[in-house]
Design a protein around this ligand. Structure first.
Ligand SMILES: Cc1cc2nc3c(=O)[nH]c(=O)nc-3n(C[C@H](O)[C@H](O)[C@H](O)COP(=O)(O)OP(=O)(O)OC[C@H]3O[C@@H](n4cnc5c(N)ncnc54)[C@H](O)[C@@H]3O)c2cc1C
Ligand code: SF4
Ligand code: SF4
Length: 815
């Protein structure tokens, strides 16, 4: 059967539900349909749950993409991103899009999600009033937080609190206005709501309860929020997070049956047998859902229907909630509203900040609220779903599953007792059986591998402990727990990644504030953390952060290399390894004038002047500077050299102008501070005379263009480069080079060369960011260019004019 003869499936909505259905369908019946997907957002399919961690600076957009372009391509799926469907012709079987596309369908799947509710108080249309629904909202908030001071979040539910926490980690002063008498009243009882309020206030949020909004004030732009009781709060940004409603517009206006949502039966079929609907836009047995867990079940049912098998259909879902605020453990599941015939089992440990409330009806657990210790959440939730008779557990149930008859039992008992279909990772809908099968059939032995293969624990991370237990239980002695990242140094328990993330998320702009805000154990840090923090600040705030010379190692502080006899060596920059009579003459004069004992050609094609006395340094630089030479940064964690061969200029084999490209690369990138030293090379043909394949970034010119290589090292641990990609023009080669350097600058740990960095994160991660998405690459290149504006300032010239003169003066001899 040719492709065009296949039945045509059109999916409206490139979100979590639509694409999950497609994934399930591909598992059951690959290649059955000719598939077209329309998405209103101009993006790939991403994990919407993870918008909160992005806002809080804990994840990047790249981390939450669920399916990249390759996936759509590999599965022959046509994606029209950024083109919403605006019409359906049910009679003839067509959809129409805003961009004018007309696409025929045999089966149509509507997965249009929800729309955020905006309360129509006066001023709700002012500039600066936004909702929290998609990546665009998050970008607006991140952008606003960089410029604005006060945020008001209207709504103290799950989304409102996650937005408020995110904005406050971005440095805004945040007030939460909540109508009800306690936070998250739909998920929490009063006691847990009060504990949560105290914790969030401790973290700097202002929370106003029973706050009824009357008006959003300001002229064109929002300036504040006034309540009905007269109180006012300043606001440069107002986030409305008061709820969602199913997005039924398309279905309703084209004649499908709708109630609160699009009406569907157990097989996700709407009032038209050829049209299915799924996700937050539907109403099933009178219920609409606003969380992902039901979507995984609906997707299985819809995929069965599309694959032509009846299956058992969708039976409705019990739902549980977690709040994704780092460090706040909160779980709620089932019905805890109480009422006639229910009893409460309450466990409170004020000292540990732990609170649990279990609601029991007719010897069955029907609801659970956990605060402070949520490890047993899945166990309680499973009992709620199964309707387990809790009579034998009643006495000890509040202590959790690990506790039996007063003693701690087998640590793996909690997971061992869960049935195979118990959901372990709510964010990605992965159940115990799937993880176990992946472990046993795929020979997986670590958390990282389980994450990579099943997606479990790869999103909000709150199920990590449970996944680790499951791996331990499945492998027995074969499991060695991942040791995890190590603290940056003895002054802190945070690792490099956390320090970097928090510097950006909290907008911290100097070293003392880092130590204070991140609760360093020492007042001034140590020789390990000071240079690292100095670098992280430099990288995070180009042009703003004032470099702290005291936080640099001696070579960087004095801009020369200290040698074993206490003298210094100086390497002037020679662009691309090319020099001239004028430069050589200046070097020769300096050698004579200052009695420099050794002149050596380095491995990177530069001239090293060795044996200079410290107090001669500034005069040496003044003379070299007068001949137009600048610092070669041979001492620095920065670009060292770009080695080149002679290429087409002189060599019979050269295919490109390798020398010219090397010179351009060096001009573009010199002066850039990096996590460690950085070397480049350009060879004019695969004979590779410039040894480009053992450099941090190497280019090998070939007939058809340029091979770009990364992560090589000729040092103690020799490592050949990985091939990043091939490009056809010099401009592209330079763009990739800058983007790669910026990615290294932003993601590697201080003192980590590119070789170990690439081995740690994997070349695929680097290829993904640099080659799969030109937008990401261009943004990295632009951030690099921004950082270069202030970096390309010759430190020698400034010192020759007297900057830091004290560094180069001899101490007086006493006695
Ligand atoms: C900030 C945030 C945090 C969340 N946190 C959690 C959480 O912790 N746990 C949890 O379980 N759930 C959470 N959720 C809810 C979860 O994200 C949703 O339940 C889930 O995304 C719903 O999937 P869906 O496919 O139905 O809708 P969506 O994922 O919203 O996808 C619908 C897509 O359809 C598109 N669309 C709409 N109309 C058209 C049209 N006419 N043409 C083409 N495309 C159209 C929309 O632009 C959208 O991209 C969160 C949601 C948000 C916003
Ligand atoms: S790498 Fe190729 S072009 Fe360059 S000098 Fe060697 S042989 Fe010539
Ligand atoms: S190879 Fe070792 S000894 Fe030689 S210059 Fe480098 S660090 Fe010094």
């Amino acid at each position: 059967m040719t492709k065009s003869k296949k039945p045509r499936l059109v999916i409206v909505g490139n979100g979590m539900a639509g694409i999950r259905t497609l994934e399930e369908l591909l598992k059951r019946a690959p290649d059955t349909y000719d598939v077209t997907v329309f998405g209103q957002e101009p993006r790939l399919n991403y994990n919407r749950i993870m918008l909160s961690p992005i806002l809080a600076g804990e994840k990047a957009y790249q981390d939450i993409i669920l399916n990249d372009w390759d996936w759509y391509e590999a599965n022959n799926i046509r994606l029209h991103a950024g083109d919403p469907v605006i019409g359906i012709d049910q009679k003839r079987g067509f959809v129409f899009s805003a961009a004018g596309r007309k696409v025929a369908y045999d089966k149509l799947l509507l997965a249009t999600g929800s729309e955020p509710i905006v309360i129509p108080v006066p001023g709700h249309k002012k500039n600066g009033v936004i909702t929290f629904r998609d990546m665009k909202d998050v970008e607006t908030m991140i952008d606003g937080a960089g410029r604005l001071q006060h945020a008001v979040v209207i709504g103290g539910g799950l989304l409102g609190l996650e937005a408020a926490y995110g904005l406050s980690t971005l440095g805004m002063k945040v007030t939460v206005l909540h109508l009800a008498p306690h936070l998250m009243e739909r998920q929490l009882d009063t006691a847990a709501g009060t504990l949560l309020k105290q914790e969030l206030e401790r973290r700097g949020l202002d929370i106003i309860l029973e706050a009824d909004t009357a008006e959003i004030t300001g002229d064109d732009r929002v300036e504040g929020v006034r309540l009905k009781d007269g109180r006012s709060f300043p606001a440069d940004l107002v986030v409305m997070a008061v709820g969602i409603r199913p997005n039924t517009w398309l279905a309703r206006s084209h004649g499908l049956a709708t109630g609160r949502g699009i009406l569907v039966d157990d097989h996700m079929i709407t009032s038209n047998p050829d049209i299915l609907a799924i996700g937050e836009c539907v109403e099933h047995r009178g219920l609409c859902y606003g969380l992902v867990a039901p979507i995984w079940d609906m997707a299985r049912a819809a995929a069965d229907t599309l694959a032509g098998s009846d299956g058992k259909g969708y039976q409705g879902s019990a739902i549980s909630t977690k709040l994704k605020v780092t460090g706040v453990d909160l779980f709620s599941g089932g019905d805890f509203s109480g009422g006639k015939g229910t009893e409460d089992i309450v466990f409170r440990d004020a000292a540990r900040g732990v609170y649990k409330r279990l609601v029991v009806k007719e010897n069955q657990l029907i609801g659970a609220v956990l605060y402070g210790d949520t490890g047993d959440g899945p166990w309680y939730f499973q009992m709620i779903k199964d309707g387990t008779d809790i009579t034998p557990l009643r006495g000890t149930m509040a202590f959790g599953q690990g506790f039996e008859e007063g003693a701690l039992s087998d640590p793996f008992k909690a997971v061992a007792d869960l049935p195979a279909d118990a959901e372990i990772c709510g964010c990605n809908g992965v159940c115990k059986g799937t993880i176990q099968t992946a472990i046993t059939e795929g020979g997986l032995t670590s958390l990282a591998e389980v994450r990579a293969h099943t997606k479990a624990s790869s999103s909000c991370g709150s199920c990590t402990g449970l996944v680790e237990k499951l791996i331990g239980f499945t492998l027995g002695d074969g499991y060695v727990a991942d040791s995890g990242p190590k603290p940056l140094c003895g002054c802190t328990s945070l690792d490099h990644g956390e320090v970097r993330r928090l510097i950006v998320a909290k907008g911290i702009k100097d070293i003392p504030s880092v130590f204070q805000a991140l609760e360093w154990r020492t007042p001034d840090g140590c020789h390990t953390c000071r240079p690292a923090v100095n670098y992280y600040l430099l990288c995070a705030w180009p042009g703003e952060y004032q470099d702290d010379a005291r936080a640099r190692f001696i070579n960087e502080r004095v801009h020369a290399n200290i040698q074993k006899d206490g003298t210094y060596s100086v390497v002037p920059r020679m662009w691309g390894g090319v020099t001239s009579a004028k430069e050589l003459r200046a070097i020769a004069d300096v050698v004579d004038k200052f009695n420099i004992p050794t002149v050596k050609v380095t491995g990177g094609q530069r001239i090293d002047l060795l044996g200079i006395k410290k107090d001669d340094l500034t005069a040496v630089w003044a003379d070299l500077g007068a001949a137009g030479m600048v610092s070669g940064h041979a001492y620095g964690k920065s670009l060292r050299t770009v080695k080149t061969c002679v290429g087409t200029d002189w060599c019979r084999f050269g295919t490109q102008d390798s020398t010219g490209l090397g010179v351009k690369l060096e001009h573009a990138t010199w002066g850039s501070w990096m996590p460690h030293k950085f070397k480049m090379a350009v060879s004019g043909c695969p004979r590779n005379c410039a040894e480009a394949t053992i450099k941090d970034f190497g280019i090998v010119c070939v007939d058809s263009g340029y091979e770009l290589h990364v992560g090589g090292n000729g040092g103690i641990h020799v490592r050949a480069t990985d091939l990043l990609c091939k490009v056809t023009t010099e401009e592209e080669a330079i763009e990739y080079c800058m983007a790669f350097i910026q990615m290294y600058r932003e993601e590697a740990w201080y003192l980590e060369r590119t070789a170990p960095w690439i081995e740690r994160v994997g070349i695929d991660h680097i290829r993904d960011r640099l080659t799969s998405d030109s937008e990401v690459r261009i943004k990295l290149r632009d951030r690099f260019l921004l950082s270069q504006k202030d970096a390309q300032d010759d430190p020698w010239a400034a010192r020759a004019k007297g900057v830091d003169a004290h560094e180069y003066q001899l101490l007086a001899t006493i006695g």
